[in-house]
Write a protein that binds this ligand. Structure first.
Ligand code: ZN
Length: 215
């Protein structure tokens, strides 16, 4: 079984691998940049090969990259929306550069928050953004796969149930390039009673019905 957690990249991205080894985990999640600023990060060839070399010597896989928290693909404000799309494309490129040599580069994203514009509007805005992103990433031949993370539904965040995630995936036109990152804490907060056996069974049944476990 693969068990891991989020690991810091402070001091250099290859440091995350040493931290993971120290923790004794065999999979991990990292950020590929500071997740709380819009500032982009470009890795040099040396930094990429150092990271890949260190990672190659371990049994740690897959490595998941979590996208920046500032990205909001549901935004009704055009400047934030286009900035989010551009930033997410940079995340897609970095994930491919850093991880494509070893396994599928997985990039985790919170779908977005509509901030009062309405759920239906927000969901279609997200699908449209992902369609633009995946069109561009396929033109660039990136192998990055997007994993939509279910949210708690706090505030106006979308993707708090499987039918919303299904709607987003189906409306991008690139459903084979999108999977799910199932956050059990968020699901519990959103009302999926994972504390009870019956709740777990119902959740898995709904997941299988709406999206399929394969995703
Ligand atoms: Zn997350």
């Amino acid at each position: 079984m693969r068990i891991g957690c989020h690991v810091s990249i402070a001091g250099g991205i290859e440091k995350s691998v040493y931290r993971a080894e120290k923790l004794g985990i065999n999979t991990m999640q990292i950020f590929s940049k500071n997740s709380r600023t819009w500032q982009e990060k470009t890795y040099s060839k040396g930094e990429i090969s150092d990271f890949q070399e260190v990672l190659q010597k371990t049994d740690i896989f897959p490595v998941f990259i979590h996208a920046s928290y500032l990205i909001n693909l549901a935004s009704s404000e055009d400047t934030i929306y286009s900035r989010s799309i551009a930033a997410f494309l940079e995340e897609m490129k970095r994930a491919d550069q850093l991880l494509a040599n070893k396994s599928i580069p997985f990039l985790i994203i919170h779908p977005g928050a509509h901030r009062g514009a309405g759920e239906e509007y927000g969901l279609s805005r997200i699908s449209k953004a992902l369609q633009i992103i995946l069109k561009e990433s396929s033109a660039l031949k990136l192998s990055t796969m997007i994993l939509l993370e279910n949210t708690s539904g706090m505030g106006s965040s979308l993707g708090y149930n499987f039918s919303q995630l299904k709607y987003i995936i189906e409306n991008t036109g690139y459903s084979d390039k999108i999977g799910i990152c199932f956050d059990t804490c968020h699901a519990f907060a959103a009302g999926y009673n994972l504390a009870k056996k019956e709740g777990i069974e119902n959740t898995l049944t709904e997941l299988e019905r709406e999206i399929s476990i394969d995703k």
